[in-house]
Design a protein around this ligand. Structure first.
Ligand SMILES: Nc1ncnc2c1ncn2[C@@H]1O[C@H](COP(=O)(O)OP(=O)(O)OP(=O)(O)O)[C@@H](O)[C@H]1O
Ligand SMILES: [Mg+2]
Length: 361
């Protein structure tokens, strides 16, 4: 265990009635003050992880530790943990201040102290002027802020957020991402957020936990996850990645040289292994790490263009490398210099210095 972990899941499994696996021997250390995001497809165990940390769900086996202390059997209310639910779960018959103060009214605080803390929490989320407003009069974004204020007012050590922004439109959602991050840094509270939106996870998190079928596939900061995904699942879940079956052809110093059909590739292996000559591996290649030219040259491979998609600043080319291998390339869209049409043969090469990961299955 990392000596400074605030929360630790120690081999936590959750088997639901009927043998449905919610979590499968999950080990996870959450550092104090970090913004950790759980990312993964529907049903992978994100909500179950939060519920186990909050105490709403008992693990079938394994332990939950807080600063090294076993809290597995502790009731939710006895944990220094608060949750912002996806639907906010506000009380519609109460006004904003009553909603935010609800948790405090259960603790033995004076009325003046309660009012002061409710005011401060609403100030933090930019709703100081909505103290007496009724919840039903608020917009989606404002309700979201009330739910946040209600969760932070009790000063939890850990704040759990289950898809907190999913009900908001794209524009407001982006604005709230920035605000959530700002709030988290100024409070210094540990945030554990669930999302299935990879862009949101990449933009807001200190570290991302990628989950698949009740297990953790990889835990890493956003840039590492993007540049050095460990598995095919992570590579295909984060951004767009070509997964190319490639033959090992030899080393070039630290780098491993492969060939995907006729396309020469250079890859880096996280494990440090050197495959035997001729062995195949899956190499991940980002569309932006491929270059495309009209003439064949040293290091290029021919590919027939099968589709061109407008992406604004770039054009995304879909092409066939031969032997049933499709590849996508992001080509800069110069005002009038783009030379390809569907059916043309493009010549593709790997951008110099591109770091392509060798992916585990
Ligand atoms: N109370 C329950 N009873 C039975 N099965 C459950 C229960 N809660 C969750 N599961 C199952 O456990 C697995 C993980 O569910 P969980 O809710 O954690 O997924 P999730 O990652 O949050 O998905 P989503 O993105 O759809 O919210 C799923 O197969 C789900 O059907
Ligand atoms: Mg969920």
């Amino acid at each position: 265990m990392a000596p400074d972990a605030l929360v630790r899941l120690d081999k936590v499994s959750k088997i639901f009635p009927g043998g449905i696996v919610g979590l499968d021997a999950v080990d996870l250390d959450i550092a104090p003050g970090e913004f950790l995001t759980l990312l993964g497809p529907s049903g992978c165990g994100k909500t179950t992880s939060l519920r186990v940390i909050a105490g709403f769900e008992n693990p079938s086996s394994g332990r939950v530790l807080l600063e090294g202390r076993d809290i597995t059997g502790l009731r939710p209310f006895d944990r220094p943990v608060n949750t912002v639910f996806q639907d906010y779960a506000l009380f519609p018959h109460m006004d904003v201040a009553e909603n935010v103060g609800f948790g405090l009214s259960l603790r033995k605080l004076s009325g003046t102290e309660q009012a002061k803390r409710v005011g401060e929490a609403l100030e933090m989320v930019g709703l100081a002027d909505k103290l007496g407003a009724r919840v039903l009069e608020l917009s989606g974004g404002q309700r979201q802020r009330v739910a946040l204020a209600r969760a932070i007012v009790c000063e939890p050590r850990v704040l759990l957020l289950d898809e907190p922004l999913s009900a908001l439109d794209a524009h407001l959602r982006e604005q709230m991402q920035v605000e959530l991050k700002r709030l988290q840094s100024s409070l210094g509270t540990t945030f554990v957020m669930v999302t299935h939106d990879q862009t949101e996870a990449l933009s807001i998190s200190d570290r991302i936990v990628v989950m698949n079928k009740g297990r953790i596939e990889q835990i890493a900061p956003p840039a590492i996850l993007y540049d050095r995904p460990a598995t095919k699942f992570v590579a295909s879940f984060i951004g767009t990645m070509n997964l190319l079956q490639s033959r090992f052809v030899g080393r070039a110093g630290e780098r491993l040289r492969f060939a995907a059909g006729k396309l020469p590739l250079e890859a880096v292996s996280e494990t440090g292994e050197t495959p035997a000559a001729g062995e195949t591996r899956t190499i991940g290649v980002r569309p932006e790490d491929l270059l495309v030219v009209t003439e064949a040259a040293e290091g290029t491979a021919p590919a027939r263009v099968s589709g061109i998609v407008f992406h604004g600043r770039t054009l995304r080319l879909h092409a066939e490398l031969g032997q049933g291998t499709s590849i996508v390339i992001d080509a800069p869209r110069r005002a009038d210099g783009f030379q390809f049409s569907v059916g043309d043969v493009a010549h593709i090469s790997l951008r110099r210095g591109a770091n392509c990961p060798v992916l585990a299955s």
